[in-house]
Ligand binder design. Structure first.
Ligand code: ATP
Ligand code: MG
Ligand code: MG
Ligand code: MG
Length: 484
C-alpha cells in the first residue's frame, strides 16, 4: 500500500462517516501570538473549540502539515537519532465539534485500524488517562469502558498526565486522551518482552500512532481549568508512523515517504544509506531528508529563512542539515536544493503548493546553502587561527569568547568548533562561552521590541530571485522583489 493510498483511505473512511474533508492549514501560523508553527491538527480549529467561531461542519477530517521544532513541542534533538520523530510530519485527524464524543471516536479509530487497514488486533495497545489529584480529576472510566468492547482489559494501560492529558499550549482547550500504540516487533522479540512494558517507553518498534483527545476543558491564563461550553473530539495520527506499520517496515525512513529522497541523497553524495541507528552518516541522511521537508513546506507556505522569528527557525533547520551533510557526508557544495524536485514529484499531487512554489523553494535553498557553505569555509579559517594561537601559547583550551564570536557574528556552528577542537586534542572554555550566550540573550530580549515582522504572504504574482546581498545579516525577505 503506497503512502498516497494510506492517506486517501483515511480521508475516504471519515468522509463515509459524514466528515467534511478540508485542506491542511499552512504550516506557518500568521495570526497566533502563542505559536509560530502548526504543531498539531487542531491548531487551525482552536477558535471552534473555544466557541469563538462556528465550523462549516460539526465533523471534519484532514491531514495537517505539522512542525515540532520550538516551544512546548520540540522534537528537533530526536530527529535523525530515532526512526519515528520528524520535524515536519503529517497529522491525520478527525474532529467532532460538539457532535459525537468518546464512544464514536473510539469506534471509528478501531474500525479504521483493524478493518480498513487490517492491522492485527494483537499488535495494538491503548492507554487511558489515570487521573490527577492536583487537577482534581479521576480516571477516564468512560473511555476505559468503551475500549473494553474492542480490546481485552489487560491491553488498556493507565497513562499519566504527561502522556494522557493533552494541552495545546500554556493555555487553551485541553482534555484527557486515549492513545493507540502499535507493536511492530518480530514474534521472537514479542515473546521475550511483553509490549505492555514497552508502551510509552521510547521503544522504536512499540510506537504511539494515534492520539484521541476528548476536549472537555479550557485552561485559563491563571492555570485553572474550566469546562468548555460543548464537548469535542480532536484526534491526531502520525501519518509516517502509520505508513511504517502498514508497509511492514521498522523505520519511518524505510517507507515510500522517505525512500525516494534517500535514493537521491545517495545518488548525489555517492554514499549508501544502511539504516543503522548510531551511524553518523545514516543519522546525517535521516536529518537531511527530514529537514528538507520542513524547510520546503515552510517556504511554500510563505515563510522564508531570515534572521528573526519563524524565519530564523527555518534558517537554523536548513543550516543544521547543511552542517550534517558537510561534516558526515563530506558535501562541500550546495546539493540539498536538488531534493526539492523529488519532494514535489512525491507529494505535489496532494500538496499543490509544492508545484506552485517549486522554483522559489529551490532557489532560496540553493542560495542559503551557498551562503552558509561560504560561512563555514570562512569560519574554518578563523577557527584555524584561534587554534594556532592557543597552541602557540602552549594552552589546551580555546577562549570561549572567541568561539562565541565565531558563532554569533559569523554564524559558524559552535558544535563544529567543538568537534574540530577535539580532533586537535583541545577543548573550549564552555563556561565563558555560556556566559557570552547569556549576555547575548539578555541583549536580544531588550531589543526584541524592535524586531521586524517577517511574515510574507505569497500571492499569485511570480517572484524574481534577485540574489543575495554581501552582508550575512541581511534578511532573505529583502532579497526578493515582486515582478510588477
Ligand atoms: P511522542 O510521544 O511519540 O513524541 P506525542 O505524544 O508527542 O508523540 P501527540 O501530540 O499525541 O504526539 O500527536 C499525535 C500523533 O502525532 C502521535 O500519536 C504521533 O503518531 C504523531 N507524532 C507526534 N510527534 C511526531 C513527530 N515529531 N514526528 C512524527 N510523528 C509525530
Ligand atoms: Mg512528543
Ligand atoms: Mg506521546
Ligand atoms: Mg501523544
Amino acid at each position: 500500500m503506497t503512502s498516497q493510498n494510506i492517506r486517501q483511505q483515511f480521508l475516504d473512511y471519515f468522509k463515509s462517516k459524514q466528515h467534511q474533508i478540508v485542506p491542511s492549514a499552512p504550516i506557518v501560523l500568521k495570526d497566533d501570538p502563542t505559536l509560530m508553527f502548526s504543531n498539531s491538527g487542531m491548531t487551525q480549529f482552536k477558535d471552534y473549540f473555544l466557541g469563538y467561531k462556528t465550523p462549516s461542519s460539526p465533523r471534519i477530517a484532514d491531514t495537517q502539515k505539522c512542525l515540532r521544532v520550538s516551544g512546548k513541542h520540540n522534537d528537533l534533538d530526536d530527529v535523525g537519532r530515532d526512526t519515528y520523530h520528524h520535524t515536519m510530519f503529517e497529522m491525520l485527524g478527525n474532529w467532532s465539534f460538539g457532535d459525537y464524543f468518546k464512544k464514536e471516536a473510539i469506534d471509528f479509530a478501531w474500525e479504521l485500524l483493524t478493518e480498513v487497514y487490517k492491522i492485527p488486533k494483537e499488535n495494538l495497545y491503548v492507554t487511558v488517562f489515570e487521573g490527577d489529584k492536583n487537577e482534581n480529576l479521576g480516571r477516564d472510566q468512560e473511555a476505559f469502558d468503551y475500549w473494553k468492547k474492542h480490546i481485552s482489559e489487560d491491553r488498556i494501560i493507565n497513562g499519566n498526565k504527561k502522556d494522557n492529558f493533552w494541552e495545546m499550549g500554556e493555555s487553551g482547550p485541553c482534555g484527557p486522551c486515549s492513545e493507540i500504540h502499535i507493536d511492530i516487533r518480530s514474534d521472537e522479540e514479542k515473546a521475550k518482552v511483553s509490549g505492555l512494558d514497552l508502551v510509552n517507553n521510547d521503544h522504536p518498534q512499540v510506537v504511539e500512532v494515534w492520539n484521541l483527545v476528548f476536549m472537555e476543558f479550557n485552561r485559563k491564563a491563571d492555570g485553572s481549568l474550566e469546562k468548555l461550553p460543548n464537548k469535542h473530539v480532536d484526534t491526531g495520527m502520525g501519518f509516517e508512523r502509520l505508513c511504517m506499520a502498514l508497509q511492514g517496515k521498522t523505520s519511518n525512513y524505510d517507507t515510500d515517504v522517505f525512500t525516494p529522497l534517500i535514493s537521491k541523497v545517495e545518488e548525489l553524495s555517492g554514499q549508501k544509506y544502511t539504516g543503522i541507528l548510531e551511524d553518523e552518516k545514516d543519522i546525517a541522511i535521516r536529518v537531511l531528508v527530514d529537514h528538507i521537508r520542513a524547510v520546503s513546506f515552510a517556504i511554500a507556505d510563505g515563510q522564508l529563512p531570515s534572521n528573526t522569528g519563524a524565519g530564523y527557525v527555518i534558517r537554523r533547520i536548513l543550516r543544521r542539515a547543511i552542517s550534517y551533510s558537510y561534516r558526515f557526508l563530506n558535501m562541500k557544495e550546495a546539493f540539498l536544493f536538488e531534493l526539492v524536485a523529488v519532494l514535489k514529484n512525491e507529494m505535489g499531487d496532494f500538496f499543490p503548493e509544492l508545484i506552485k512554489q517549486e522554483k522559489l523553494i529551490t532557489e532560496v535553498i540553493k542560495e542559503e546553502e551557498n551562503s552558509f557553505l561560504k560561512t563555514i569555509e570562512t569560519g574554518l579559517l578563523r577557527l584555524d587561527h584561534i587554534i594556532t594561537e592557543t597552541i602557540f601559547k602552549n594552552e589546551k583550551i580555546l577562549p570561549g569568547n572567541q568561539v562565541f564570536e565565531l558563532y554569533d557574528t559569523f554564524g559558524f556552528p559552535a558544535d563544529l568548533s567543538r568537534i574540530i577542537a577535539e580532533e586537535k586534542g583541545l577543548s573550549i572554555d564552555e563556561k565563558a562561552f555560556d556566559e557570552e550566550m547569556l549576555n547575548q540573550k539578555t541583549r536580544s530580549k531588550k531589543s526584541s521590541a524592535q524586531k521586524v515582522y517577517d511574515w510574507e504572504i505569497l500571492d499569485e504574482s511570480p517572484q524574481e530571485f534577485v540574489g543575495y546581498d554581501e552582508s550575512e545579516t541581511e534578511t532573505s525577505i529583502n532579497r526578493f522583489r515582486k515582478i510588477e
